[in-house]
Design a protein around this ligand. Structure first.
Ligand SMILES: [Zn+2]
Ligand SMILES: [Zn+2]
Length: 121
């Protein structure tokens, strides 16, 4: 697998410190307390920031989603096309040759897009 470079941005929740101090008197906020599954009413101090997991740099959620969805989408299309091709072949459909040409082009562009995209990220 290639190393995937992430588009990180400085975490605003913890000011890149990685420690949440946005609560009362420099304690960690409720959201981060919840993230750590801590209970109790007393304030927690020095908890790792729940937004960036204590790294100080956070990855945009949309970007993370895109990285997972795009390969899945490409795989899904290829899989669907394979099923269609197979079922057309089995039923000896008269449009089989036309579909095969279309499928070939589609598969080619999907894989080309996927591989070029994977290289660029
Ligand atoms: Zn943070
Ligand atoms: Zn917090």
């Amino acid at each position: 697998m290639q190393e995937i470079k992430a588009n990180l941005y400085p975490c605003r929740h913890c000011n890149e410190s990685g420690t949440c101090t946005s609560g009362k008197d420099g304690s960690s906020c409720q959201a981060c307390v919840k993230q750590h599954e801590l209970k109790g009413k007393q304030p927690h101090f020095g908890l790792a920031c729940g937004t960036c997991n204590g790294i100080g740099q956070a990855e945009p959620t949309t970007e993370r989603m895109n990285k997972r969805i795009k390969p899945m989408l490409a795989l899904g299309i290829v899989f669907l096309v394979l099923i269609f091709t197979f079922s057309l072949a089995v039923t000896k459909n008269q449009y089989f040759t036309e579909f095969l040409a279309f499928a070939g082009t589609l598969m080619g562009s999907v894989t080309a897009f996927y591989f070029s995209h994977a290289k660029n990220t």
